[in-house]
Design a protein around this ligand. Structure first.
Ligand SMILES: Cc1cc2nc3c(=O)[nH]c(=O)nc-3n(C[C@H](O)[C@H](O)[C@H](O)COP(=O)(O)O)c2cc1C
Length: 175
């Protein structure tokens, strides 16, 4: 069995999630290719049995490259087993996670109705000022009051990725 994990990231933390998924699939004996869509162009998905497509969320949106991938391969993906995932901060906020699932996953899935992903994964992300350029730092500072309410101190490195949850989700994609 061959699997493709195609993902988009802005600041790199979704790369670790894709790599963790890749490790789990490899452990299960699957031949996995992991592609950062900003670094590598995919021309053909016909060889893969399973395709996992992911993105980080910024101001409510997937990365352009991940959306382009869905757009471009919609017809091919409709014939495959697929799963979508996102990494974002709202995943860790009990007041926001339901809406995040609807807005960041279900709405995107509805936009490509023929794809019908087998599973949707909503995972926590990272907030770390050390990773950002000037513009993003300003944006995060402007959001700092709201982030504080979510228990996020922007002066620290905040990592809300739950590796056990990511591992379990990846195994469940195979069931
Ligand atoms: C400028 C900025 C805007 C963000 N906007 C959102 C958002 O609208 N919703 C959300 O849940 N998370 C938001 N996040 C959190 C990111 O999704 C989180 O930091 C994620 O781990 C980023 O992944 P990446 O490092 O792979 O790009 C934002 C983060 C930044 C820095």
């Amino acid at each position: 069995m061959k699997a493709l994990i195609a993902y988009g990231t802005r600041y790199g933390s979704t790369t670790d999630i894709a790599n963790k998924m890749g490790e789990i699939l490899t452990e299960e004996g699957i031949d996995v290719k992991i592609v950062n869509l900003a670094e590598e162009k995919i021309d053909d998905v016909s060889n893969y049995d399973l395709i996992i497509i992911g993105s980080s969320i910024k101001i409510g949106s997937w990365t352009k490259k991940s959306l382009e991938f869905l757009e471009r391969f919609e017809s091919d993906l409709s014939k495959k087993k697929t799963a979508f995932f996102v990494s974002c901060l709202d995943a860790n906020d009990p007041k926001k996670c339901k809406e995040a699932r609807e807005n960041y996953l279900e709405k995107v899935a509805k936009k490509y109705p023929s794809i019908r992903p087998y599973k949707l994964g909503l995972f926590g992300g990272v907030i770390d000022m050390k990773k950002y350029g000037f513009g993003t730092k300003l944006m995060v500072k402007a959001l700092s009051k709201n982030l504080e309410k979510q228990g996020i101190d922007i002066n620290k490195s905040n990592d809300f990725r739950n590796w056990e949850e990511i591992q379990n989700w990846t195994r469940e994609v195979l069931i």
